[in-house]
Write a protein that binds this ligand. Structure first.
Ligand code: ATP
Ligand code: MG
Length: 231
C-alpha cells in the first residue's frame, strides 16, 4: 500500500446514535479509520457491535450523528439525500448477507437495475449485465428468477449487481454468511480476482475467523469503537 496516496475513506470521531421515541441508543462511539484505495479490509466483532450500522454509513445509506465521514475527499455528512444517492450509485457496490434481489425480476434484470438508475442505455446495460453474470459463472442462468437459484448462485448475482456501475468501493455485509464452504470459497475467489484486476477497495463484514485471519487487514469493532486494527 502506497503511503503517499490520499485515503479513499477517512472516519474522524464518527458517532451514530439511534433514536426510538425518547430513547437514545448510542451505537458508534467515535470511530477513527483510514482506508486506502485498493485495500481489502475485514470488519469483525460480536453481534450488535455496530458493524452493519457502520457499513450503512460507509455506503451512504445513513448519515453519522457526529464526527466526519470523508469519502474521496468529500464530507458525506454535509450532503443532501440527492447528492448522497448520486455518490452511492456511482462509487459504491453493495453485497448483503440476504442478497436483496428483487424476486419478480430475472437475474439479468436484477443486475441491470443499478445501471438503469444511472441512466445507462438499455442495450448497453443488458450487454454489461450479461458480461458480469458470465464473469461470476452464471452465464447459463441469465433468464432465471432469483428463487430458482441456490444461495451461492444468488450471492453471485448480488456480486454481479454490485459491480454493475464499476464501483471504486465494494461493501459486503457478511456476504458468505448463508453459504456452504464451496459457495463461500467461490465468492472469496471472485473478490480476490476483482481486486487484482480492477484495484477496487473491498470492505467485508464477516463472522468467519478464517476470513479475518487471511485478510490483509482486519478491524475489530466492540461497543461501537475500533479495538483492534491488524495489518
Ligand atoms: N434502526 C435502528 N434503531 C435503533 N437501534 C438500532 C437500529 N439499527 C440497529 N440498532 C441497534 O444498534 C446496535 C448495533 O446494530 P448493528 O446491526 O450495527 O450490529 P451488527 O454488529 O451488525 O450485528 P450482527 O453481527 O448481528 O449483524 C444493536 O444493538 C441494534 O439493536
Ligand atoms: Mg450486522
Amino acid at each position: 500500500m502506497a503511503t503517499d496516496q490520499e485515503p479513499l475513506i477517512k472516519l474522524d470521531e464518527l458517532t451514530k446514535v439511534y433514536r426510538t421515541g425518547d430513547l437514545e441508543v448510542p451505537v458508534l462511539r467515535g470511530i477513527d479509520l483510514e482506508i486506502y484505495p485498493g485495500e481489502s479490509l475485514a470488519i469483525m466483532g460480536r453481534s450488535g457491535a455496530g458493524k452493519s450500522t457502520l457499513m450503512n454509513i460507509l455506503g451512504c445509506l445513513d448519515r453519522p450523528t457526529g464526527g466526519h465521514y470523508i469519502l474521496d475527499g468529500c464530507d458525506i455528512g454535509q450532503l443532501d439525500d440527492d447528492a448522497l444517492s448520486t455518490i452511492r450509485g456511482r462509487t459504491i457496490g453493495f453485497v448483503f448477507q440476504s442478497f436483496h434481489l428483487l424476486r419478480n425480476l430475472t437475474v439479468t434484470e436484477n443486475v441491470e437495475l443499478p445501471m438503469e438508475y444511472q441512466g445507462v442505455a438499455p442495450a448497453e446495460r443488458r450487454q454489461r449485465a450479461q458480461e458480469l453474470l458470465r464473469r461470476v459463472g452464471l452465464g447459463h442462468r441469465l433468464e432465471h428468477l432469483p428463487q430458482k437459484l441456490s444461495g451461492g448462485e444468488r450471492q453471485r448475482v448480488a456480486v454481479a449487481r454490485a459491480l454493475s456501475n464499476q464501483p471504486r468501493l465494494i461493501l459486503a455485509d457478511e456476504p458468505t454468511g448463508n453459504l456452504d464452504s464451496a459457495a463461500r470459497n467461490r465468492i472469496l475467489e471472485l473478490f480476490d480476482e476483482l481486486q487484482q484486476e480492477t484495484g477496487v477497495t473491498l470492505i467485508m463484514v464477516t463472522h468467519d475467523p478464517a476470513i479475518g485471519k487471511d485478510a490483509p487487514r482486519c478491524v475489530i469493532v466492540a461497543d461501537g469503537k475500533v479495538v483492534e486494527d491488524r495489518r
